[in-house]
Structures are given as C-alpha cells and as structure tokens.
Ligand binder design. Structure first.
Ligand code: SAH
Length: 221
C-alpha cells in the first residue's frame, strides 16, 4: 500500500531550483520569492504539461491561452511593490497562478477573466489553496471594476493595445499599474506610478510576449 504523501518528493527540489533561477535573473524581493516558493505551479498547469510545471517558461492552458512564465510573473509582482493592506485588481485570471501569488502578498485581489471555463477552473484552485481573499468576476476586464475602484495596485496580464486609460482612472492617486502594452507579438512591460496629484510617471521595464487583451467576453465558454 502506498503511504499518503502531502506533496510529491521530487517537486520540492524543482521548486527550489526555480526560485534560485529567478533570483539569478534579478528577482530580489524575498517576499515575492517566498510567495512563488509556496505556490505549487503544477496545480495550475494542464495534465499534458504537468511534467514541465517547474520550467521557467509559459505553457498552454485551456481556451488557447497561456500560463505566464514564472520569471515574468515574479518580475511583474515585484514591480507592483505590494503592501499587505493593498487591494489589487488583476485583469486576465487565466490559470490563476499569478492571482495566487498576488493573494499571498496583499489583502484582497479582484480578478477578471473573459472565459467562463478558465474562471471556474481558477476558482477551484483558489479554494483548494484556501485563498479566501480572491474575488472573481467573469467579464471584460478592459472596463475595470468600477464598483470596487479605486485600487492600490492594478496588474494587467494580457497585452493592452495602448495606454489603458479606463484602468488608470480606477487607480488610487499614489497607486501603481503594471501592464504589457503594444499591438504586436512583442510588447513593452510598462509600470505607471501615480504622483499623488492625479498624474503618472511611466517606466518601461522590458519586452514581453502576452496574449492580447480582447474586448467583450468570449463566446465559447
Ligand atoms: N496570469 C495568467 C496569464 C493569463 S493569459 C496566468 O498566469 O495564468 C491572459 C488572460 O487574459 C487569458 O486568460 C485571457 O482570456 C484573458 N483576457 C484577455 N482579454 C481579457 C479581457 N478583456 N478581460 C478579461 N480577461 C481577458
């Protein structure tokens, strides 16, 4: 008879290896690294790619979407400069991997996804990880979540064609928004920081490849 195991024995070294690789790539925030270490990525990957869960690469998920590369997830989380009391809006739940990491580092995460299937699967993962501070919504995230605005932080995990004005309007005056911006296959990862008086400064962090932010909800669920 097999003994019940809390986690598969080979996962732990792979997880540590991934965190080490993130550190050497310049992710220095110990809280971000700890959140990655405590979030089992194999819970978020489809069966076909389970054995690649600990690779530092993006992988396909249902509905033709992708789970982001751990390095990019970490970089974006670090760029958000989260605080434990922050209320965060995330656009593009996808697998929910990025959401889970945000949830470990902030008070409340509001997350919006345009595929109902992805939303439901992600909700089940949040429940299994006992992440009770995630609030989900099936809808068009490019409109933001006006009823819950303003937010301390906003993270967009799909490529916005241009500066996301509607989302910037839902950010607190001293808030931070991080989003990939561009119309082509390669976009610029941009960080907007509020100056406290209604203005923003924008900094380009690096080049990234995200699926596009699309209008409306998906017809196929
Ligand atoms: N952070 C996710 C990556 C998801 S990929 C992860 O780690 O798994 C981007 C997601 O954004 C996709 O699931 C896509 O369906 C979603 N998306 C694209 N446009 C959207 C919109 N307007 N509103 C909400 N979600 C959107």
């Amino acid at each position: 008879m097999k003994r019940p195991q809390k986690s598969s024995p080979e996962v732990q070294p792979q997880m540590a290896q991934l965190v080490l690789s993130l550190r050497t790539q310049g992710v220095t925030d110990p809280l971000v690294l700890a959140a990655v270490e405590r979030t089992p990525r194999d819970l978020f990957t489809p069966d076909l790619f389970k054995n690649r869960s600990w690779e530092d690469s993006a992988l396909p998920i249902a509905c033709g979407q992708t789970i982001s590369q751990p390095y990019i997830v970490s970089l974006m989380t670090q760029a958000l400069t989260l605080e434990p009391r922050a209320r965060v809006l995330e656009i593009g739940t996808g697998s929910g991997y990025q959401t889970a990491i945000l949830a470990r580092l902030s008070r409340l995460v509001y997350t919006i996804e345009r595929y109902r299937t992805l939303m439901r699967e992600a909700e089940a993962r949040f429940a299994s990880l006992q992440l009770t501070n995630v609030i989900t919504r099936f809808g068009d995230g490019s409109l933001g979540w006006a009823e819950q605005a303003p937010f301390d932080r906003i993270l967009v995990t799909a490529a916005a064609p241009e500066e996301p004005k509607t989302l910037l309007e839902q950010l607190k005056p001293s808030g931070v928004l991080v989003a990939p911006i561009g119309k082509g296959p390669v976009q610029k990862l941009c960080r907007y920081a509020g100056d406290g008086r209604g203005g923003f400064t924008m900094e380009v962090l690096c080049e990234v490849r995200f699926v596009p932010l699309l209008d409306g909800v998906a017809k196929e669920q």
